[in-house]
Write a protein that binds this ligand. Sequence first.
Ligand code: NAD
Length: 487
Amino acid sequence: MSPTPQDERDAIASVPTGLFVGGQWRETEKSFAVDDPSTGGTLCHVADANIDEAMSALDAAAKAQPSFAATSPRERSEILRRAYEFLIEERDRLALIMTLEMGKPLAEARGEVTYAAEFFRWFSEEAVRIDGGYMPAPAGNARFLVTRQPVGPSILITPWNFPMAMGTRKIGPAIAAGCTSIIKPAEYTPLSMLALAEILQRAGLPDGAVNVVTTTRPSEVIPPLIYDPRSRKLSFTGSTEVGKILLEQCAKTVMRTSMELGGNAPFIVFDDADIDEAINGAMAAKMRNIGQACTAANRIYVQRPVAEEFVRKLTERMGELKMGRGTEDGIVVGPLIEKEAIDKVTHLVSDATQRGAKVALGGTPPEGSGYFYPATVLTDVPDEAEMTSTEIFGPVAAISVFDTEDEVIGRANNTPYGLVSYVYTENLRRGLRVCEALEAGMVGLNQGIVSNPAAPFGGVKESGLGREGGFTGIDEFLEMKYVGVQM
Ligand code: NAD
């Protein structure tokens, strides 16, 4: 059953709207509006931090760092475990908040809350497995002890498209490792992060261990935090453009960084693929989050003998998708995040059609309020079309035909990005050969979703540095220390 207007008001009213600093909710001089992209209406106002107010969060994180680093791994593990359980118990409330501020359909928002919670469960299990080493020096006259310690106060910056999971993917390992943090959510979607902070507080997190700073002025407020020598780590998820600016700033203090940046995923379907499975995979890889994912299938390459069947079946499936407000039953295509997103997608589609692409479905945004764009299928998209070199970030499937394996690998790799690729083939040798040849941090082989808290997520080339999740996710927040002991 769809939530009522009263349910929506109650969900929004349950979220604290101040800055979360040192375990306290603080008011700020200014505030900013959080809007519902399905109507353009305002949901509520949240704190808009200036430099001093943001700096107070670093003060709190730096103050809490020594005592937080000294907590036992088991204690940190249990805080994460309790927070995981609260997230699961309160999934419906949190999903509604997410749908209202971000637009994704409720079923997807519930999926994201589960995905977000799973990072806490995974890192609650990792917190108690921080290992080290002991070995004799090759000459036998000394011993090497290797231990791993928390990096220290960390700045965590997240995007709007996965407003909770991109936070827990950083906060989880930071807490597990014993690092305090200052998290800055995206301006469009601060509510999911504020709701998460309140849950962490209830789960028993010590004051100052996680601080949340909401602001509309990140380019003013973040640099002083980065340049402050008390900050020891920056973990950023967002666009490659902003990631590069932050990397330059971090160079100033040689700060450790993790960068999860943009993508331009190829989705390759060979003529020996199971076409129905490839369609299911393409629907997931294209339509998750209304196409607004770094992992979205941006370029779909289909081998000539199966191209007609693939296009027909994908167009049929895309044509069945209901568009509307994410709170309504059965909706799959919610609104995009803002008006400019509609303008960008409209421009990319018209550029592609001017260069020879054909519209098999959709292609025209509807009139009326909210930022909607319909499920769209384009065929014969030429390599020169702008959409093949930039993230579409909308529900547009851009299909192009290929003939040979070498040709498609060349076209797939012809991008500065390298986050994820998808390959559909029933031939194991070909599958492995192509997976090895693709320049990407992740490959989905006969699978349309690669995100999993237990797997190392991240990209190569301009898609980023480092990996989040998996066995190595905690390493991003640990420093190795070697102690040489003379015998
Ligand atoms: P964005 O780069 O515009 O913003 C990301 C975050 O950075 C936001 O919190 C924003 O307020 C902040 N920010 C913007 N300018 C800043 C500055 N000068 N200094 C400090 N912080 C600044 O990205 P977005 O539009 O929020 O998110 C979409 C992008 O994120 C896409 O490119 C997508 O591919 C990428 N993304 C990557 C991953 C991944 O894991 N690789 C996951 C999700 C999204």
